[in-house]
Design a binder for this molecule. Structure first.
Ligand SMILES: O=P(O)(O)O[C@@H]1C[C@H](O)[C@@H](CO)O1
Length: 360
């Protein structure tokens, strides 16, 4: 595996030859309006849409930057171009590894061959993960002969990033050419039939953060990514879910594989007993702190999405219980299940690729 260390975050040192430094400079006044033209709109240089900027007048005076509260299509494009300039493979499948599956050793990303790896801090404008167990590398390579790009570590709302920024790498995937997203996560199991170590294929979600008025698509919308009001009722692709169930049968792990509803909470505190009981009453089978913002962002820009949870702990529903969930058990369970999950994902990736090529 080769590791690329070209530039520190936001400071591309390539002199603009790959479009990164050039794009990052914007037009000098930061709003896409040609001030040499009496402030009139210049059609060749339409105003930029500052995605994820619910603040002020959507007209930041500084250069485009992910440090502040805004981001543009052009900026995401420049990040994608930065990567495309440095790798030769063109993956159609993007993978996001959840807690415990993205550690330093034995993780899925290590299974990639002919790989090139970018620590997040070397990718312009990329956030950096702060959670133990989330390594923080973007790895391009082949998984069972299929080209993929793999996020070894993701971003959570509780780390302090707005949701659009947590999900920004999904938009980078889109502009790199990805058509299918596979996301994994660690989750607490609410369904009585689930055991620790089981896999839950996500068939739907309840976006509790969205109920509270927080969504990765909030703020101005750039139609080049997708529509203002995207449908999300078919977010978890049925054919890919069928393929995943087929994989589970082939691997002989049907008894530990389920299909269910995932709900996202903001974290980082785990849930109270009353909250778990409420979620169970709502029909939630597993609860976690990620994935939903990524899938919404992926569906918005037309990426076919699949996600699954590894049940790393059973949610506590009993006031008499002395059990407490903790992050260490989450990571331990991820490590224990690593070989099974690696096989599961590798086989699924092969099926998706075969299906993609046959339906061309
Ligand atoms: O990134 P995921 O959703 O796998 O991580 C879960 C949620 C928290 O980040 C952490 C709690 O232990 O695991």
């Amino acid at each position: 595996m080769s590791t690329v260390r070209f530039a520190t975050n936001g400071n591309a040192t390539n002199g603009g030859t790959n479009g990164v430094a050039k794009e990052a400079k914007g037009n000098g006044n930061g709003n896409g309006i040609d001030i040499t033209n009496g402030g009139k709109l210049n059609n060749a240089n339409p105003p930029k849409v500052y995605i994820g900027s619910p603040h002020k007048d959507f007209n930041p005076s500084s250069n485009d930057s992910l440090d502040g509260n805004h981001c543009t299509y052009e900026l995401v494009q420049s990040v994608a171009q930065f990567l495309l300039d440095r790798v030769s493979i063109r993956p159609k499948i993007g993978i996001i590894c959840g807690s415990g599956m993205d550690g330093t050793t034995g993780c899925l990303a290590d299974a990639l061959t002919n790989s090139t790896s970018f620590p997040y801090e070397t990718i312009p404008y990329f956030p950096t993960p702060t959670v133990p167990g989330h390594m923080g590398r973007l790895v391009f390579g082949y998984l069972g002969d299929v080209p993929v790009m793999c996020m070894q570590g993701r971003f959570h709302y509780y780390e302090g990033y707005p949701l659009w920024k947590c999900a920004m790498p999904v938009r980078v995937m889109k502009l790199v050419g990805v058509t299918h997203l596979l996301a994994s996560n660690a989750a607490g199991g609410l369904n009585d039939n689930y055991n620790v170590g089981d896999i839950m294929i996500i068939k739907d979600h309840i976006n509790l953060l969205g109920f509270a008025g927080n969504n990765p698509l909030m703020g101005p919308n750039d139609e080049r990514f997708g529509p203002r009001f995207p449908a999300i009722n078919r977010a978890y692709d049925a054919p890919v879910r069928r393929m995943a169930k087929q994989v589970a049968s082939e691997m002989g792990i049907n008894d530990i594989t389920h299909e269910g509803v995932y709900s996202v909470v903001g974290g980082p505190s785990f849930e109270t007993i009353a909250e778990i009981r409420m979620l169970a009453a709502l029909g939630v089978d597993a609860v976690g702190m990620s994935t939903v913002h990524e899938v919404i962002t992926a569906r918005h820009c037309g990426i076919t999405s699949f996600a699954f949870s590894l049940i790393t702990n059973k949610s506590v529903t009993d006031y008499e219980s002395y059990e407490e969930p903790n992050h260490e058990e989450v990571i331990d369970m991820g490590k224990q299940r690593e070989p099974v999950l690696k096989e599961f994902i590798t086989r699924l990736v092969k099926k998706i690729e075969a299906d993609r090529l046959s339906s061309k």
